[in-house]
Design a protein around this ligand. Structure first.
Ligand SMILES: *Cc1c(COP(=O)(O)O)cnc(C)c1O
Length: 232
């Protein structure tokens, strides 16, 4: 393990923590209410070990093909968050290592994940409903009333625990407008399911706006780990 790499990540982490603290101060929120998820896609398992040594124990991945071997390779005790689009035929694999799945966006996927969890786990998978904020079909996420239907489907299965909602701000939207809309959806879900308190929102470029609108989990990749995917 290279100390230089750990120092680099530690420096980036200090900047990200300062941004989270400043955003919480501006919003009158306690920073303890915002969990930092380090998004380690395209980065090696050794970076996950560095992050864990630096106290970041929530880790996010968006592709099963990459996440499954990485989760098997990492020995530090971290919580794996699956944040990418999920095909039903990958539910079985993801259920082996994911503690939290942020991207449940259909009743059929909730069913597949619950069935996979029933076969191979003792503990429920924590699940969030991914919300599609602009209704663009090519993006992941449930639209409008489907959000509540997916939430109900998750809540109906003991192998899953409904924890809240997740979204990615559409690129052509003001982040603040996107996260305000997500906050309204989150409140609706919470009205039916009081335990569904998590709001997963905000990335390297827009975490301040997400925290201003109630994010409990921010998912940060580039600002912690540097530019992604240099070709070698
Ligand atoms: C990659 C990714 C992130 C992190 O994005 P950065 O801009 O690198 O911080 C967050 N959420 C999802 C769903 C992602 O795929």
């Amino acid at each position: 393990m290279s100390d230089a790499r750990r120092d680099e990540i530690a420096g980036n982490l200090a900047v990200v923590r300062a941004r989270i603290d400043a955003a919480c101060a501006a919003a009158g929120r306690d920073p303890a209410g915002v969990t930092l998820i380090a998004v380690t896609k395209t980065y090696p398992a050794s970076d996950v070990e560095h992050l864990a040594a630096l106290g970041v124990t929530d880790v996010g991945e968006n592709r099963d093909q990459e996440a499954a071997p990485k989760a098997a390779a990492v020995t530090a005790p971290v919580r794996w968050h699956y944040i990418g689009q999920l095909q039903r035929n990958k539910a079985r694999s993801v259920a082996r290592y994911a503690d939290v799945v942020h991207s449940v966006d259909s009743e059929r996927l909730a069913e597949a994940l619950a069935t996979a969890a029933a076969r191979q786990r003792d503990t429920p998978i924590e699940a969030l409903v991914q919300v599609n904020l602009d209704g663009e079909a090519h993006r992941g996420g449930a639209v409008d009333d489907d959000v509540e239907r997916v939430a109900d489907a998750i809540a109906a299965r003991p192998e899953l625990t409904l924890r809240g909602v997740m979204a990615v701000a559409p690129q052509d939207w003001e982040p603040a407008a996107a996260f305000a809309r997500l906050a309204a959806v989150a409140a609706r879900v919470r009205a039916a399911h009081p335990g569904a308190e998590l709001v997963s929102a905000g990335m390297s470029g827009d975490l301040e706006a997400a925290i201003a609108h109630g994010a409990t989990h921010v998912r940060v990749g580039g600002a912690l780990l540097g530019l992604r995917a240099p070709l070698r």
